[in-house]
Ligand binder design. Structure first.
Ligand code: PRX
Length: 653
């Protein structure tokens, strides 16, 4: 350890000096078209946040006016106290009432070539109303939790908005998660219903969604109803009295179901995410503040205009699909494009084909996807007309400068600004990002905070670090989109986010600020991996492995991966059985079943013992070095050689 460095700070090795100012013609038409405008707005919000958010909140459909803008008793914030509104009304009714019902709300492209549907705002409203009435007819009440486990079809967005319409709290579970993961989430949230589909298309194969739900429901006594969308037509079992087809549920239902007036602070959704323990946490977002944050940030960062078609490639199983597929752009009255399947189905040029056909103007994706595109090669892109694009975005992890440059040149044709957006499930919406009409960008930096966001970089004592030094990223003031808690676990909420730097929100990322004040995210401070832009807890993977009878002990670490950013490497000590390929296959299948395909280890190393410190902590840093090939071990058993090294490095971790 570098003794000069205060605890909690980290050294930066990255030097990136290229600067890309926004194109003049982009700035000329942008909502925020100069750094002076940005600085003025930032200062205005900082001076009187409540006055600012009060004026912005006038754009929401209030059913009962609120009595005060903010009640902040750290770490608990209430925004728009006493008001009543409805997120689905903000996304739909409001636009229809303003005479914009015929505007395209949603364009959907299915994975099987040729499948396409389009909905105007009025049509989407009608479908949401029918689904909402159907859910109500099942007896689902405001405040009850509904799990949603669906493919990326329009019905997924409709299901979310229908829950919001009747005041039910949705908990979307990504379609790649296993039945165990569904069961855990159902139990934790006490879900009363699950909305799913028979299956979904993924790289030409059919996902077994309903089958996974059936297995999960053997352990989900709280679930009374299952609504099943017919998507692929594959054979499934329907349980009489419990399961109902979506088309039967909505048949004959009214297309004008009134939206339930919901308290500003009524939960809108829970979204489970990994933390540094084995148990995923249900991040709770509430109604008014979340919608306002999602909408405002969508308008600022994507500079939304009436003629935009916004393609965010995220699945609604993640926060990006909540805030920038569904709530943000729809509350802003934009047209969204969604695609069901994989980027390489049926060929590796599928995204560019979709862009050529559908002509989106804004494209928002993850660095891991960009690295795949680079790897797949130019032959899939050359000759494609990508000229509809005017703005590009990235999210989920830092983007390495080479990938940034490739995105800028090849996809953006050097004319599209890139917004590298830093945020989290917990923040509800984008916190730091360039504003495309004004902020000069640097490849790899998320640049500056949005108005209303007050970041600070501190050391472990909570003191600001020296200029240019890396440290913990905290947010010092409440913002409307902030999480309101961890579902059912107040103590964990306070401990995880508010205790290490008292009174400030601890994001869990390291960051530094350069001489221009630009922020550079440097990775997590906890045992959370970022695999293909998805958060995975090392402890969750370890618990899954140890739950197998063959395994005595396991340690999971990340190692660099050129496409996924990080890959999962595990070190396993066996209780019994052979340290061979067959056992590796068995363990991979076990993790897939316990968590889902996204957590399956890329590398499995068997070890007779795991290197530990004197106090018995597994030496993760050493394992990371071994996993990355920075320290080599001849064969699996020689990890024992590190036990002496472990003693030497006992003070390291
Ligand atoms: O480590 C940061 C990384 O992703 C984490 C949040 O993950 P999740 O809650 O799953 O949300 C992902 C989508 C918002 C952060 O703590 N991260 C996200 N965006 C960036 C990023 N790291 C660097 N640059 C980003 N733009």
């Amino acid at each position: 350890m570098d003794m000069q460095r205060p605890a909690g700070t980290v050294a930066s090795i990255m030097q990136e000096d290229r600067l890309f100012p926004p194109p003049a013609e982009f700035s000329a038409r942008a909502r925020i078209g100069s750094m002076e405008d940005y600085s003025r707005l930032y200062a205005e919000v900082a001076r009187d946040p409540q006055a600012f958010w009060h004026s912005r909140a006038q754009s929401l459909p209030w059913m009962t006016p609120y009595s005060s803008v903010l009640d902040w008793k750290p770490p608990h914030a209430e925004w728009f106290v006493g008001g009543r509104t409805n997120a689905s009304a903000a996304c739909l009714d409001q636009h229809i009432n303003a005479g914009r019902g015929d505007k395209t709300a949603l364009v959907w492209v299915g994975e099987p070539t040729g499948e396409r549907r389009e909905y105007t705002y009025s049509q989407l409203h009608a479908e949401v109303c029918r689904c909402a009435a159907g859910l109500r007819s099942l007896g689902i009440r405001p405040g009850e939790v509904v799990s949603i486990y669906m493919p990326m079809t329009p019905e997924l967005v409709i299901a979310m908005l229908a829950c919001a319409r009747i005041g039910a709290v949705h908990s979307v579970i990504f379609g790649g998660f296993s039945s165990e993961a569904i069961a855990d989430r159902n139990a934790d949230a006490q879900a009363v219903a699950v909305i799913t589909a028979d299956g979904g298309w993924r790289r030409g194969a059919q996902l077994a969604l309903k089958k996974n739900v059936d297995v999960a429901l053997t352990k989900s006594p709280s679930v009374r109803h299952v609504v099943v969308l017919r998507r692929t037509g594959q054979a499934i079992d329907m349980v009489p009295g419990r399961d109902v087809w979506w088309h039967d549920l909505v048949a004959g239902m009214p297309t004008d179901t009134p939206a339930e007036p919901m308290d500003s602070e009524a939960p809108l959704f829970i979204l489970y995410t990994s933390g540094s323990t084995g148990k995923p946490k249900g991040i709770k977002h509430t109604t008014a503040g979340y919608i306002l944050w999602a909408k405002t940030t969508a308008e600022w960062v994507f500079d939304l205009r009436d003629d935009d078609l916004f393609w965010c490639t995220a699945d609604c199983g993640w926060i990006t699909g909540h805030s920038y597929v569904t709530y943000g752009p729809l509350a802003a009255g934009a047209s969204i494009l969604i695609y069901e399947g994989a980027p390489n189905a049926p060929h590796e040029g599928r995204f560019w084909e979709i862009i050529e056909q559908e002509k989106p103007t804004i494209f928002y994706t993850a660095p891991t996807a960009i690295r795949s595109f680079m790897k797949w090669g130019m032959e899939h892109i050359e000759g494609r007309d990508l000229s509809s694009l005017r703005l590009l975005g990235t999210v989920g992890e830092g983007i390495n400068p080479e990938a940034w440059m490739w995105y800028h040149e090849v996809i953006g044709g050097k004319r599209c600004p890139i917004v590298d957006t830093w945020w989290q499930t917990e923040t509800g919406g984008i916190m730091m990002s360039p504003l495309p009409g004004c902020t000069p960008t640097k490849p790899g930096s998320c640049t500056l905070p949005l108005p209303g966001v007050m970041p600070e970089i501190v050391d472990a004592s909570g003191a600001p670090v020296r200029p240019g030094e890396g440290g913990w990223l905290v947010i010092t003031h409440p913002w409307p989109g902030m999480l309101r808690g961890i579902w059912g676990d107040e103590a964990r909420f306070e401990e995880t986010y508010w205790s290490r730097v008292p009174g400030k929100y601890l994001a869990g990322d390291n960051a530094r600020q350069d001489a221009d004040g630009y922020y550079w995210i440097m990775g997590r401070i906890d045992d959370v991996l970022n695999v293909a832009g998805h958060r995975l807890s090392t402890i969750e993977i370890e618990s899954a492995l140890v739950s197998h009878p063959l395994v005595a002990e396991a340690a999971a670490v990340g190692r660099p991966h050129d496409v996924k950013g990080e890959a999962v490497a595990v070190f396993v000590t066996l209780q019994s059985g052979q340290a061979d390929e067959a056992t590796k296959d068995l363990l991979r299948r076990h993790v897939r079943q316990q968590i889902g395909a996204l957590a399956v280890p890329d590398d499995i190393h068997f070890a007779a013992i795991l290197p530990k410190t004197r106090s018995g902590k597994i030496m993760r840093r050493l394992l990371r070095d071994i996993a990355a090939g920075r320290e080599t071990v001849g064969d699996t058993t020689t990890l024992e050689d590190y036990s002496s090294l472990a003693a030497l490095r006992a003070n390291d971790e």
